[in-house]
Design a protein around this ligand. Structure first.
Ligand SMILES: [Ca+2]
Ligand SMILES: [Ca+2]
Ligand SMILES: [Ca+2]
Ligand SMILES: [Ca+2]
Length: 339
């Protein structure tokens, strides 16, 4: 670069820094410091299998529907908790073939877990089922197998959820196994917990120095923070944008999105994805980071609670007279007792 070019370049930089904002202000157009017209999220592909018929019980089609609904809630929870940086694309497979007892392992006596292989290499493993249905290698990042399991009195506490880490099935996918014993009440807790194990694995194997520690200290966390604070949300929220999208990994793809006001909330779902929360689903402005002017940005509103947010179009969501941005608990009217 010669001196003249360097000088021109410097002048252009100064011009951009000083004069363009000045002109925009003169023209009466609001500018947002640090605004960006785009953002990125990590997209992981997940296959959710439901085995409806096992030695330990069977489930009805409405119970299968319930699993699908719960998984959908978990997808929204993960989207919200990650500050809209992690989206799961979920495909479904429901299998009615009988799964006999000897397909399960017992990591502890009497505690059943469905692995992806079968003991003694017998046919009918999860891996065999995936091959039978023609799933290609590396087509998913995570495979989850829910299975019918109704513990009788003699099987009380004899069940377990688990995860096997990445590179387990279909080439690179991590594997999660969850009995349907707990559905629907504590179902999502287990899904989200096991999911975090796999996510930790994906980050670590992908060369990230960010680990997800304390995965089994949820009870202690609850003791410190109270029951209303989600441990899984805290973990996901603690990761930076660079943790989610800054590394190139074998798992997942990084997807760009339009964000004209730079508030971190996508204007709408990119083609092919069904993002659970966008400016479009919220009905919020794509040109104002704080649509209702209450001091909380549209992103802060959307992620205010573990499973719900404040209203980006209502400055006082709980109607107690305190603006959402000034309200220590904007989801509960001050003075109201916990339900
Ligand atoms: Ca936006
Ligand atoms: Ca707001
Ligand atoms: Ca609001
Ligand atoms: Ca309020």
């Amino acid at each position: 670069m010669n001196l003249l070019k360097l000088a021109v370049s410097a002048v252009q930089t100064v011009f951009r820094k000083l004069y363009i904002p000045a002109l925009v202000t003169l023209a009466g157009i609001a500018t947002t410091p640090g605004s960006a017209a785009a953002g990125e999220y990590l997209r992981l592909k997940v296959l959710v299998i439901v085995y409806t018929n096992t030695f330990a019980g069977s489930v009805t089609s409405s119970e299968v529907e319930n699993v699908r609904r719960e998984v959908d809630e978990a997808v929204e929870f993960i989207w919200r908790s990650s500050r809209m940086r992690l989206h799961l694309v979920v495909d479904d497979l429901t299998l009615h073939d009988y799964v006999p007892e000897d397909h399960f392992i017992q990591p502890k006596p009497g505690r059943y877990v469905l692995p992806y292989w079968t003991r003694d290499g017998a046919s009918g493993s999860v891996v065999d089922d995936l091959a039978d249905f023609g799933y290609a290698s590396d087509s998913y990042d995570i495979v989850v197998a829910f299975y019918a399991f109704e513990p009788g009195p003699e099987r009380r506490n004899h069940f377990g959820a688990g995860s096997y880490g990445v590179d387990s099935v279909l080439g690179k996918a991590g594997y999660i196994t969850i009995p349907m014993t707990w559905a629907p009440k504590t179902f999502n807790d287990y899904f989200e917990h096991e999911f975090l194990h796999i996510l930790s694995d994906i980050f670590r194997e992908g060369g990230s120095d960010t680990d997800l520690p304390l995965l089994h200290n949820g009870d202690f966390f609850e003791f410190l923070n109270g029951k209303d604070v989600s441990y899984e949300k805290w973990m996901l929220d603690g990761l930076t944008d660079a943790d989610y999208t800054g590394k190139s990994r074998r798992w997942g793809t990084v997807q760009g999105f339009k964000d004209r006001d730079g508030d971190g909330v996508p204007d709408y779902s990119p083609y092919g994805d069904d993002l659970r929360i966008t400016e479009e689903t919220l009905g919020s402005s794509t040109s104002e980071p704080d649509t209702d002017g209450d001091g909380l940005s549209d992103l802060e509103e959307a992620i205010a609670g573990a499973r719900s947010g404040t209203d980006p179009n209502d400055p006082d969501t709980d109607g107690d007279g305190l603006l959402d941005g000034d309200d220590p608990d904007p989801l509960k009217a001050s003075g109201a007792e916990a339900q």
